[in-house]
Ligand binder design. Structure first.
Ligand code: ADP
Ligand code: MG
Length: 604
């Protein structure tokens, strides 16, 4: 007796629905994508009870005639591709012809649609995959899809839904993705009959971000410059160093206009930010990658959230390079902001530029007197040595060179050091108001970049050990050392093989103060093994420096002399990424006059 049977159409749709429709947010995603593909200028979304009892999406797109409307509910029926070859050049968000039949098979479904020139439209009602009603209907041109009681006929699936609040948040996140990806389309969201947002159509991503997240966020974003590589165009806005979130909710990535999730891109973003990001934090990105559709496969998963890149390494490198350049580019602007003189300089004695300060005076200005007194400092930007410019990322960047040239000719600007708070925070005044500098974090950043540069150029100076030491390691760790031997040597660690799984170490970086070299090496290996899996050798060096500079940097509670404070600020302003320490913590906080006025009730 034969036991294999073709599944009835409804059951097959429900099986497919298992993959496409996970939760209300997936319904919202599929419906909005259909509206976008239909050329909508305006999309209105309405949900009840987290979308579980109702999702309604209304668009003003092309609409469908009756035949198409009926056909759209058949499985594998699509207007977007015709042959397998079309899969190579997908320019629409949908193409699988699965969403509508899947959704209709697990809900009470109603579709009304009308083409702009048609006299009447069509209304179709489907319950659990069965078409119940087909009649004239459809008011305004466009399409309206209503999905009620999701999973009402699949109790097992319904049980897996989360609370209404959680589902609501998922729905909103989904709409944010689509809204950011398509600023030219107006979006409205009503949740339980309350207006959540109404985003007008705009022409720019910035406007859309401001409308959705507010201008405060927008002010902390920087424009990505696009020409990362010939194969990948990268554009969008990313958070400046120091801006981060505890979740990935604002890490938005689009590939050819489609919001996607990708471990590869997430890792590349992380690497691009590297020392500008705190551990466990996520950057804010609105990143758009555009590449030839033939080089990226979106037909990986029914939800189309994942993609495969043909040139994986190329994409990864383009992102890393582009983010680093973007983060460093903002440096000049940042410097200018912090150097800008206060609005009305107070009438106090000015100390001339640091070079001419008498030694006795320097000694006389203790942290105490700095705290008590108020000494503005005149400050001319230090010219950047040529070799230094080239060492950065090792690339030719005319924009950057121009910036440096500009800062070379800039007139001396001034900021004013007010004093040091709690032996840790340097207080300064600039045009915007009050600036607080964490002296320890600032010093870490300066040391980090200094060592990084030395490593790239001639290697970190090493100091011979009085007694060379030999030590054994497990085979895996030995293998790691063998592979990274040359970079370790560049970092000032004199290490060589000394028999199988055995090593001799005879020098260490001179800036380190290590009492037990063997233990130090074991720790270095432990710390760094995980990083090297997918990063470059240079990155390994940076990581190692970041881990070690901390011990060397000016500690909190180390009183600095006035000139040291000044020098510290001056050096910080010359760093490539001055805004945060190598572990991604901020070095400076600006409290604007406006904020102060608000706090003092001068302004509401
Ligand atoms: P896909 O989007 O993968 O083609 P769907 O099941 O989502 O598959 O939709 C099937 C077809 O129905 C689409 O190809 C499109 O022609 C039509 N369609 C769906 N939604 C709309 C809409 N909002 N406006 C106009 N046509 C639509
Ligand atoms: Mg679709």
């Amino acid at each position: 007796m034969s036991r294999i049977r073709l599944l009835p159409e409804i059951v097959a749709s429900q099986v497919a629905a298992g993959e496409v429709v996970e939760r209300p947010a997936s319904v919202v995603k599929e419906l909005i994508e259909n509206s976008i593909d239909a050329g909508a200028r305006k999309i209105e979304i309405m949900t009840h009870r987290g979308g579980i009892s109702l999702v309604r999406v209304i668009d003003d797109g092309s609409g469908m005639d009756r035949d198409d409307a009926l056909l759209s509910l058949e499985r594998h029926a699509t207007s977007k591709i015709r042959s397998a070859a079309d899969l190579q050049t997908i320019g629409t968000l949908g193409f699988r012809g699965e969403a509508l039949p899947s959704i209709a098979s697990v809900s009470r479904f109603r579709l009304t649609t009308r083409e702009p020139t048609a006299i009447a439209g069509t209304e179709i009602i489907v319950n659990g995959g069965k078409i119940d009603v087909v009649r004239d209907g459809g008011e305004a041109p466009g399409t309206q899809v209503e999905v009620r009681s999701l999973f009402y006929n699949l109790p097992a699936r319904r049980k897996f839904l989360r609370s209404e609040n959680t589902e609501s948040r998922n729905v909103e996140h989904q709409i944010h993705l689509q809204a950011i990806g398509h600023p030219r389309i107006a979006f409205t969201l009503l949740r339980d009959d309350r207006l959540v947002f109404q985003l007008p159509e705009t022409t720019t991503l910035s406007d859309r971000i401001r409308d959705l997240y507010g201008s405060e966020l927008l002010e902390r974003l920087i424009q990505v410059n696009g020409n990362a590589s010939a194969k990948v165009q990268i554009s969008g806005l990313i958070g400046q160093a120091g801006l981060s979130r505890q979740t990935r909710a604002q890490q938005l990535i689009f590939v050819n206009g489609r919001a996607i999730e990708s471990g590869l891109i997430t890792a590349a973003i992380r690497e691009g930010y590297h020392t500008a990001l705190m551990k466990g934090q996520y950057p804010v990105t609105f990143l758009f990658l555009d590449l030839d559709p033939g080089t990226v496969d979106v037909n990986v998963h029914p939800t189309k959230r994942e993609v495969r890149f043909r040139d994986l390494t190329g994409v990864r490198e383009a992102i890393v390079h582009c983010l680093r350049q973007t983060l460093e580019r903002t440096r000049t602007e940042w410097q200018e902001k912090f150097r800008a003189p206060p609005a009305s300089p107070p009438a106090v004695t000015k100390i001339p530029a640091s070079a001419t300060v008498e030694p006795q005076l320097a000694a006389a200005v203790s942290p105490e007197s700095v705290r008590a007194g108020y000494r503005p400092v005149e400050f001319a930007p230090r010219p950047v040595p040529d070799n230094r410019r080239e060492s950065v990322a090792g690339v030719d960047d005319p924009g950057r060179a121009a910036q440096t040239a500009r800062s070379k000719h800039a007139t001396p600007q001034q900021f004013q050091i007010i004093g040091v708070l709690n032996k840790l925070y340097i207080l300064m005044e600039n045009a915007n108001g009050l600036v607080l500098v964490d002296q320890h974090a600032a010093h870490e950043r300066i040391l980090f970049e200094d060592l990084q540069r030395r490593m790239e150029e001639q290697g970190v100076p090493a100091q011979k050990l009085l007694l060379p030491q030999t030590f054994d390691l497990p085979p895996r760790d030995s293998d790691w050392i063998e592979r990274n031997m040359s970079i370790l040597q560049k970092m000032g660690i004199g290490i060589e093989s000394f028999g199988p799984n055995s090593f001799k170490i005879d020098s260490l970086p001179s800036f380190l103060n290590v009492s037990d070299p063997t233990q130090f090496m074991r720790k270095v290996i432990d710390d760094l093994k995980s990083v090297t899996n997918n990063s470059s050798a240079m990155r390994l060096g940076e990581e190692m420096i970041a881990k070690t500079v901390c011990r060397h940097a000016v500690k909190a509670n180390d009183p600095l002399r006035y000139l040291e404070v000044e020098k510290l600020i001056q050096d910080l302003l010359e760093c490539d990424l001055p805004y945060c320490c190598p572990h991604g913590r901020p070095t400076m906080i600006q409290i604007s006059l406006v904020e102060l006025e608000k706090k003092f009730g001068r302004k509401v």
